[in-house]
Design a protein around this ligand. Structure first.
Ligand SMILES: NC(=O)c1ccc[n+]([C@@H]2O[C@H](COP(=O)([O-])OP(=O)(O)OC[C@H]3O[C@@H](n4cnc5c(N)ncnc54)[C@H](O)[C@@H]3O)[C@@H](O)[C@H]2O)c1
Ligand SMILES: O=CCCC(=O)O
Length: 499
């Protein structure tokens, strides 16, 4: 397999690889001179794994960026929606023109297969396209007053400087879903990407420069360390909104910190999605959907099915077909190999959790139906796609998000039982079920305590979907016509004396 540097040198537009931060329209290095290594998880810890050394911005640098974003806001907030639509449209086009290079960067940093990375580029770009269409359509209201001489206007205005913090599993899309809405609304942003995947983020900075986004509107600052940056952003008086995607544990810390300045918050946090196969389901479709949902990005998406509940009447058929299809259609390996369908997990912490969940389940009576082992022959971060049978709810894997390639199968008998089991978690992001009876479809969809449901599909994500969770999966919606609201405030204007 080619080294990371060889792949970088094969890019059609090498300028996409930026190892500095993008602040106020300039490429700058950390004032401390510090930097950190970005590694390809498929090759790690081999020396060929190193992709680049990226600048590690300090709190002082973040402070400067926030001040620049604040200055830029004073003019950007007054621009028209139509003008911002043009900027977003250009960004969309630039992403699509450079999709092959961007996909290579995503494979390098994240490890997902090239086809999936290309899919991510298109998905990420679609948020710029979507918000280019929303930007000119931010409507207010004229509200009848109870006083006949008054008129009430409700106008929508951009909230201000946004602090955006994102994870590594969708290094482009988790940024564009927020940034697209922020630009459409007329906000400016300071973005701290995950330290595992800063190059995809700085590539977006480069494209925003090409798109002539005014200086200070988009600021992208890689940093090796997250918690002090998170604290600075959440407590900074010039930041009006914080949007975070990541774990529930970190979301809670950021929310607490934000209390001191009462920021408007969007929290896209962890999930523990149930996928239910009822006895009237089309089993072949359920198998396809389960693989699409559970094993997307090797199980590392927040909307991945985490618990597969299968009705006892179809359990045997479903589990046999699932194993057969995985055997037939999946290949684990380096994301640049054309036949590879699934890549590594991101790092050793993820691997530890995967192993812990499998070992705990097996020690309590679960049976490995497929996979089950690490693949050191492929690399330190590779784990076989795995199916566990006879899983029960006392096992860790049924209680916590694995965020890795393990599908636990849990048998159930009645609709009431499975709804209770599916809802027995403190998080509620996505849920899926396969059924054909219309009454059941309505009842189950209305009973699951989640923000998003796939009925007879394992793939729900797209720009037009209101994306977000309930309970400890967070709040706020991204994408869709609702996503822009998170970046707007409603101001009421009462016109009096209209006699
Ligand atoms: N709901 C969603 O849309 C969504 C999307 C992707 C991932 N996730 C969730 O994220 C988790 C997996 O990602 P992870 O393990 O990298 O999550 P994580 O919360 O540990 O990290 C996410 C990001 O936050 C940063 N971070 C960590 N501690 C921080 C702090 N104190 N202040 C500020 N930033 C901090 C990290 O460096 C990273 O960039 C899973 O729980 C998954 O469900 C949710
Ligand atoms: O991992 C979280 C986001 C995944 C998606 O947008 O489908």
């Amino acid at each position: 397999m080619e080294s990371s540097s060889k792949i970088i040198s094969s890019l059609k537009r090498p300028e996409l690889v930026q190892t500095q931060a993008y602040v106020n329209g300039n490429w700058v290095s950390s004032t401390s001179g510090d930097s950190f290594a970005v590694n390809n998880p498929a090759l790690y810890p081999k020396s060929e794994a190193k992709i680049a050394e990226v600048t590690s911005m300090t709190l002082h640098d973040f402070n400067n960026a926030i001040e620049a974003a604040h200055r830029a806001f004073s003019t950007f907030q007054k621009t028209s929606g139509r003008y911002r639509a043009g900027l977003l449209h250009d960004l969309y086009q630039l992403m699509m023109e450079n999709k092959d290079d961007l996909a290579k960067l995503v494979v390098l940093e994240n490890g997902k297969p090239y086809a999936d990375a290309l899919g991510e580029v298109t998905y990420a770009a679609s948020f710029f396209q979507w918000y280019s269409e929303e930007a000119p359509r931010v409507y207010g209201d004229i509200i009848p007053s109870s006083n006949s001489t008054n008129r009430i206007l409700a106008i929508k205005q951009p909230i201000g400087v946004c602090g955006i913090m994102t994870p590594w599993n969708f290094p482009l899309a988790m940024i564009t879903r927020k940034l697209g809405a922020a630009i459409a609304a007329g906000c400016t942003s300071v973005i701290k990407p995950a330290s595992e995947t800063p190059l995809s983020a700085t590539a977006l900075g480069y494209l925003s420069q090409l798109a002539k986004i005014p200086p200070g509107v988009v600021n992208i600052l890689p940093a090796a360390e997250s918690s002090s940056v998170g604290k600075l952003i959440t407590e900074h008086p010039l930041v009006s909104k914080v949007s975070f995607t990541g774990s529930t544990a970190v979301g809670k810390i950021l929310m607490k910190q934000s209390a001191s300045t009462l920021k408007k918050l969007s929290m896209e946090l962890g999930g523990n999605a149930p996928l239910i196969v009822f006895n009237d389901a089309d089993i072949d479709k359920a198998v396809t959907g389960a693989i699409a949902s559970k094993f997307r990005s090797s199980g590392q998406t927040c909307v991945c099915a985490n618990r597969l509940f299968v009705h006892e009447d179809v359990y045997e058929e479903f589990s046999n077909k699932l194993v057969a299809k995985l055997e037939e259609t999946t290949t684990l390996g380096n994301g640049f190999s054309p036949d590879v369908t699934h890549g590594p997990v991101i790092h050793d912490r993820s691997m530890k959790k995967v192993r812990q969940h499998i070992e705990d389940a097996v020690s309590k009576g679960a049976k490995v139906l497929y996979g089950g082992s690490t693949r050191p022959d492929l690399g330190e971060n590779f784990h076989e796609l795995t199916v566990l049978g006879n899983v029960t709810t006392d096992m860790l894997i049924a209680q916590e998000e694995t965020f890795g390639p393990v599908a636990p199968l849990i048998k159930f008998s009645t609709d009431e039982e499975v709804i209770q089991l599916a809802n027995d978690t403190r998080v509620g992001l996505a849920g899926y079920f396969y059924a054909n009876d219309v009454t059941r479809i309505f009842k189950v969809a209305e009973s699951l305590k989640v923000g998003m449901i796939g009925v007879n599909t394992g793939a729900i994500s797209e720009a037009s979907l209101p994306f977000g969770g309930v309970s400890e999966s967070g709040f706020g919606r991204e994408g869709s016509k609702y996503g822009i609201d998170d970046y707007l405030i409603t101001k009421s204007v009462v016109l009096g004396g209209i006699d």
